[in-house]
Design a protein around this ligand. Structure first.
Ligand SMILES: Cc1cc2nc3c(=O)[nH]c(=O)nc-3n(C[C@H](O)[C@H](O)[C@H](O)COP(=O)(O)OP(=O)(O)OC[C@H]3O[C@@H](n4cnc5c(N)ncnc54)[C@H](O)[C@@H]3O)c2cc1C
Length: 414
């Protein structure tokens, strides 16, 4: 078929849309502003390290990931469930609180929460495992902080576990993110494993790209504007399309939509190298309190490939910081010294990533939408996590639905 179907953006949503369009017999064309696929899921190779653009994980229970990715071929390296909690100068391990709450935490349970919390966790796991993802997203949407209190969790477990853990997932400090997303993520952690591909998160979009055989990909091709069926590139070139899938927040290419989307969460991810890991386990470190560092992980403890130069690679997540880079690095290094007891002189700064559009903030997140809702005209369709909720799973869902809507539009035409 020689219909000219253009996809704007080669993030996960755009790639899955292309894959589905190919399956339906089309040969789409992707216009991507940057130099490679992946969007927010990218990995750089620098000085013998693999650096993901922001700490993120793939959950093996994500339904769309199971559909579009060969999880075995990704050579996933799983995190040990649970976390190392850094509380002041103290630290301790919490094992598997979401997957097996009764066995969790062992003798250290009393540091994290009350006995009542343990029972509440057990009940929550049981309840959520019985609900489908669609049922979870059909429930009322509350701010997660309120939801946790309504569930009956103590202030202790909220402060010592839920707050740092879910801040690192929601990328916002106040846990204002919808309880629907909390329940979905909680269920995913209870059913699956957090993991990274051995050679970095960037392997995920690469695997999608390798499945494309009829799609043309144009990199370094930013789109300035979409008007009707016409795409205007930043370089002034005009392209006439039969169908357009906008797989990026649409206000970026449709100026009339500016101001229609709430401000996204932003995050800074700093990498340091050290002689050796002070965690020495494939586990996430959660820092309680109100410092800069929210969570940290030694990526080479999870997958050896993240460091090929013999040094340990520490990934540090900082939320909502306005500090300029030099000041931030100094403040974070000082905090890491306090947390770990390792002198700041041993922390060698590698690189930082400030991601200003990390996750969409949505009052009414949805698991899925009908095809009609991603269609904004007979020729223009939308895809992207901002339509549903911020997640790899959601980006893939949205790409699939947009492609289905395009295919459906031709079924009506012929
Ligand atoms: C730090 C961080 C941590 C995260 N952690 C997790 C996690 O642990 N688990 C999880 O499931 N999800 C996580 N996410 C969310 C997940 O990465 C995103 O939801 C998902 O990647 C979004 O994909 P997308 O295709 O919708 O958008 P994007 O990835 O943003 O793709 C949009 C693409 O469009 C391109 N583009 C933009 N403007 C133009 C233009 N004008 N012309 C042409 N191309 C354009 C961009 O370059 C990009 O390639 C995290 C995200 C971040 C940033």
């Amino acid at each position: 078929m020689d219909e000219k179907i253009y996809i704007i953006g080669a993030g996960l949503a755009g790639l899955v849309a292309a894959l589905e369009l190919e399956k339906a017999g089309f040969s789409p064309i992707i216009l991507e502003a940057s130099d490679r696929v992946g969007g927010r899921v990218k990995t750089d190779q620098i000085d013998g390290f693999l650096l993901d653009h922001g700490f993120q994980v793939l959950n093996t229970a994500y339904p769309e990931a199971q559909k579009y990715l060969d999880l075995n071929a990704l050579d996933l390296k799983k995190f040990t469930p649970g976390a190392i909690i850094f509380e002041g100068k103290d630290f301790y391990m919490v094992s598997d609180p979401l997957r097996s709450p009764l066995g969790a935490m062992g003798t250290l349970f009393s540091k994290v929460g009350t006995f009542g919390d343990k029972l509440t966790l057990v009940n929550l796991v049981r309840k959520l495992k019985k609900l489908s993802d669609e049922e979870i997203f059909a429930k009322p949407s509350l701010p997660t902080h309120q939801y946790l209190r309504d569930c009956g969790f103590s202030e202790q477990i909220i402060a010592n576990f839920f707050r740092p853990f879910f801040r690192g997932i929601f990328l916002e400090k106040h846990l204002n993110t919808s309880s629907r997303i909390f329940e979905f993520v909680f269920k995913m952690f209870a059913l699956g494993h957090a993991a990274v591909p051995a050679k970095g998160m960037g392997q995920i979009p690469e695997m999608l790209r390798r499945q494309l055989s009829k799609t043309q990909l144009y990199f370094n091709t930013p789109v300035k504007q979409v008007a009707g069926k016409t795409i205007q590139l930043e370089n002034g070139e005009l392209i006439e399309a039969d169908r357009i899938v906008i797989a990026v927040q649409p206000d970026r290419v449709m100026p009339q939509l500016q101001g229609q989307f709430s401000s996204p969460q932003q995050v800074t991810n700093l990498y340091f190298s050290l002689q050796k890991s002070f965690i020495a386990k494939p586990m996430i470190g959660l820092v309680t309190g109100e410092g800069l560092v929210n969570n940290l992980v030694f990526m080479d403890d999870v997958s050896k490939n993240y460091s090929e130069n013999g040094r340990a690679l520490l990934s540090v997540t900082v939320l909502e910081s306005e500090l300029e880079e030099k000041t931030l690095i100094e403040a974070v290094t000082a905090e890491l010294e306090r947390i770990s007891g390792v002198s700041s002189k041993y922390f060698q700064f590698v690189k930082s990533y400030h991601i200003s559009h990390a996750l969409p903030f949505l009052d009414d997140p949805r698991y899925s939408i009908p095809m009609t809702e991603c269609k904004i005209s007979d020729h223009v369709y939308l895809a992207g996590d901002y339509l549903l909720y911020g997640s790899i799973n959601a980006a893939m869902t949205s790409g699939r639905i947009a492609a289905e809507a395009v295919v459906h539009s031709y079924m009506r035409t012929y």
